[in-house]
Design a protein around this ligand. Sequence first.
Ligand SMILES: Cc1ncc(C[n+]2csc(CCOP(=O)(O)OP(=O)(O)O)c2C)c(N)n1
Ligand code: SF4
Ligand code: SF4
Ligand code: SF4
Length: 604
Amino acid sequence: MQKEFMLGNEAIARGAAEAGVRVVAGYPGTPATEIVDLCGSYPEVYAEWSANEKHAFEVATAASLTNQRAMAVMKHNGTNAATDFLMHVNFTGVRAGLVLITADDPGGLSSQCEEDTRILVHNYAHLPMFDPSSVQEAYAMTRAAFELSEKTELVFALRPVMRINHAGGLVETGELAAQSRPAEFVIDRKRFVMSAVVEKESGGELRPKMRHRWLNAKQAELKALMEESPFNHVEKAPGETGFIGCGIGYAFLKEAERIHGAKLPILKLSTLPLPEGKVLDFVRGLKRVVVFEEVEPVVENLLKQLCFEHKIVLEVLGRSGYLPKEGELSANLVLTAVEAALAGRPYPDPAAGKYVPARTRTQCSGCSHRGLLVALKEVVGKNGGVVTGDIGCHDAGTFEPMNLQATIYCMGSSIPMAYGIKKAGFAKPVYALIGDSTFFHNGLTGLASAIYNGGDITVVVAYNSTTAMTGFQPHPGSANNLNQPVAPIDPGAVAAAMGAKVFRCNPYNVEETAKVISEATAEQGVKVVVAEALCYLKFGREGRLSFTPRTVKVDEAVCNGCGLCVRTFGCPAITLADGKAVIEPSACNGCAVCVSVCKRGAMK
Ligand SMILES: Cc1ncc(C[n+]2csc(CCOP(=O)(O)OP(=O)(O)O)c2C)c(N)n1
Ligand code: SF4
Ligand code: SF4
Ligand code: SF4
């Protein structure tokens, strides 16, 4: 046993490696991203970036069926994308231990939405989950999840939140697993073929119903396991008001207790299903409990149900109304709620009236997306078109000062939304702007749908050869996978094979890009413009640039201080001072895109 300082994601990778994981598949997404790379650093582990989360889950499940421990890694949006598969693998169960990392981002600090995947994975798919309260626990739970998955033949999920994935802490680690198992695939069609086929053994019942019954029957076994779980415990103290800390809610509760200065009756809950016996023992004799959880009232509602079933009269407070219904918890929020609940007062929202400075988002100086956004904005400025957006570094074009994309939903939505607008009768041109990783993640099927249904749109693919927004993971359009060089799949070739008219441009050349987009717009049908230039930040570090850097200066005699280069362009290297544009040399990367933006020719 040794102690090491680790980030939460390192602890999860370590726990998996010690448990003998052999196949890890994921798709990048904050806060889970690093886990896949870290798992890949253990020589006995095969790790991959799959094209999307559903495929990652499928690859990991296939490995489990082939008798190898496996893990699928994703953020909450990814679990949404993988839900179709989730709702089948819960019925089939698994063979070797299979762990699903479904990382949530309460508060939406780095996501398009905030959500609670406990609802998807536990309430909906009826699978067991661990909700870690610390980095140490994230490690221990990952290890335990493999054992329990194998024992119960069910996928076990770990639901860390951002503050666990990215937190640092001392972790007591163990030995790496030496186990090596034969990779054997035993055919068992009755289990692994999910289909509406009649089962003779169960009196002619259809298989989906039979497997559903199997899953329901598993719940008693899971409840018994959770009753014994070391991840749930009671801390006794006098009083009629008790507090329940779930996952990170427990960590905040302990901090609040310390500041409050007196021991509180606390129940720590980190598993789903709940350890019902432990919960009932804790609440008997209490008048009121407050449940701290992120972010939906999942445990709160289960507790209300449990009390109802056991005829226990208890006031249960939490995320359904007493506490804020949205956003992260914090020690301050929990302390305020603890003291209000002890005094029998309503929770006073400490956030009310808080001053928050306005911030916007932009791309790096030198980023090729800026040239693309400017060119596209120029085109729609002339023809009154609409741009539907997707998520990625280019999505900063949605905000001040660019204000270009009109929609952003989830990965791949831009293309179906663009042709949907046209199908609804919108007369002006419609554009879908999508990054290359997103194109391969979920853009391809949207493109097929647009072509098949006779869409009339221009799709612009920002092909920068990496998944830049999440930290430069490769994707099928990159020249490497996680481990080795590969031949990139060209988005233009794929689009052409599907029947789209394909155009190409270099987004560092704004004039050319605007011209190419205009030409594509003039054509009928689905057109795809591939704007190809390497991500400046990633490939610049490797000495590979898609432009020849040069020194750009403002000619003060020509500049009239119109502010176009600041207010609509937004390169962070440019500011206005004393009525003139100023380029900060230390921030400028010499891409020269601004030269095309200044119509007076003051940028030289
Ligand atoms: C379903 C889902 N999975 C993962 C993410 C995290 N994520 C945000 S943007 C993005 C892809 C960005 O890459 P790309 O489309 O190539 O655009 P770039 O950032 O390189 O410009 C990912 C994976 C997400 N938002 N939704
Ligand atoms: S990381 Fe790359 S793609 Fe993202 S803003 Fe910076 S240069 Fe552009
Ligand atoms: S450099 Fe050009 S765009 Fe920028 S303020 Fe001066 S004149 Fe306007
Ligand atoms: S100031 Fe001009 S040349 Fe410098 S990084 Fe910005 S756009 Fe590129």
